[in-house]
Design a protein around this ligand. Structure first.
Ligand SMILES: NC(=O)c1ccc[n+]([C@@H]2O[C@H](COP(=O)([O-])OP(=O)(O)OC[C@H]3O[C@@H](n4cnc5c(N)ncnc54)[C@H](OP(=O)(O)O)[C@@H]3O)[C@@H](O)[C@H]2O)c1
Ligand SMILES: [Zn+2]
Length: 329
């Protein structure tokens, strides 16, 4: 909320059932007559768990509303209503605003968890100089960047190979400021993973680690059931149906996951069309040797290159991070 180049007040939507961002910003501003309201999402015009924001905006005498993105739900139309009441409305539709509501928009349209894929690779496209080794690819700043990135997702997910080789903890920073416990997920197929891995260590603020495993391989995961929450996918299958697994995650209230590899799981997700967003770190490093591990395994494009949508390029320490959407452009 601003007037004459000065910020009058700010607000955000704290949790479901409580006042929307607009109402909080209006309260913080006090007198909002003639002001411009900047909102990431089109103000609602329906009576949900709270009264409509369009009404509050009109009553406060706001003159102009700048909206990041339209409301993707059936409750849209707030912009039109404001215009009909003489308020100037601008819809920017820019990438940062879209990124903010991407998970929400996906949740309305799809029955599976939203997937962002975060990978780090050398300049020549590898993650390790040979299989089974953990390579130090990214800089310290990039690792901090990822810890913060995780906060925006309901869960972080890795493949069994990464847990065996890297033994990551996958913690978030800061862990205490969340409304819900943070979830960590390991995706397995043929084999279980060692019980002593750090991802299974109990920690305050973290839920019991989830392991996705094919239902046909149940016998091999019995031991893991003692320390993890093993979610069996399917009925008799020996292979893991990833799409089904992502639907089961969503049914458990995990609406978004940040997948941090490794190359086998990432390649499978890409091949199956299950990736919605990417964060790709590139480090000024060359790794290629005989048997080096490429960043994506098993993605076969059959001569049809795919071009993705790039939203932003950031320099983080000595690395570069590309972020964008996994849609064909
Ligand atoms: N640079 C990076 O961004 C990054 C990130 C993570 C890891 N890494 C590196 O990657 C290497 C490990 O690579 P990885 O490819 O073995 O790791 P991975 O992708 O984490 O794990 C592969 C395993 O995932 C399981 N899996 C689950 N669902 C699957 C499916 N639908 N299809 C195929 N496999 C499925 C299989 O487990 P089962 O064995 O149980 O069948 C498979 O062996 C290490 O060197 C690690 O350091 C790099
Ligand atoms: Zn509202």
């Amino acid at each position: 909320m601003a007037r004459d180049g000065r910020v009058l007040g700010e607000g955000f939507h704290h949790r479901a059932g409580e006042a929307h961002a607009e109402v909080n910003a209006l309260a913080a501003a006090g007198d909002a007559r003639g002001a411009t309201l900047y909102v990431s999402l089109e103000p609602c015009k329906h009576v949900g768990q709270t009264p409509p924001c369009t009404q509050a905006v009109r009553a406060a005498g706001v003159r102009r509303v700048v909206i990041g993105t339209r409301d993707p739900t059936k409750h849209g139309g707030g912009a039109k209503e404001l215009r009909e009441h003489g308020i100037a409305v601008e819809i920017t539709g820019d990438a940062p605003a879209r990124e903010l509501i991407e998970v929400f928009a996906h949740t309305i349209e799809s029955d599976r968890a939203y997937v962002a894929l975060k990978m780090a690779m050398s300049l020549d496209g590898y993650v390790a100089s040979r299989p089974g080794v953990a390579e130090w690819i990214t800089c310290e700043e990039e690792r901090l960047f990822v810890r913060e990135l995780r906060i925006a997702y309901d869960a972080v997910m890795v493949g069994a190979g990464t847990v065996r080789v890297d033994d990551p903890q996958l913690t978030v920073r800061p862990p205490a400021q969340r409304l819900r416990e943070f979830q960590r997920i390991v995706v397995c197929e043929r084999e279980s993973v060692p019980l002593d891995r750090r991802i299974f260590a109990p920690a305050s603020g973290y839920a019991r680690t989830i392991v996705l495993a094919p239902a046909g391989a149940r016998a091999r995961f019995r031991e893991l059931e003692r320390i993890a929450e093993v979610v069996y996918v399917g009925t008799q299958e020996q292979e893991l149906d990833l799409a089904h697994g992502l639907r089961m995650l969503r049914d458990r209230g995990i609406y978004s996951v940040l997948c941090e590899g490794g190359p086998t799981l990432a390649g499978r997700l890409v091949s199956l069309g299950l990736v919605d967003r990417f964060y790709w770190a590139i480090a000024p490093l060359l790794l290629r040797s005989e048997g080096a591990v490429p960043v994506l395994a098993g993605v076969e494009l059959n001569g049809s290159p795919r071009r993705l949508h790039l939203d932003r390029v950031e320099r983080v320490g000595t690395d570069v991070i590309l972020r964008g959407r996994f849609v064909d452009v």
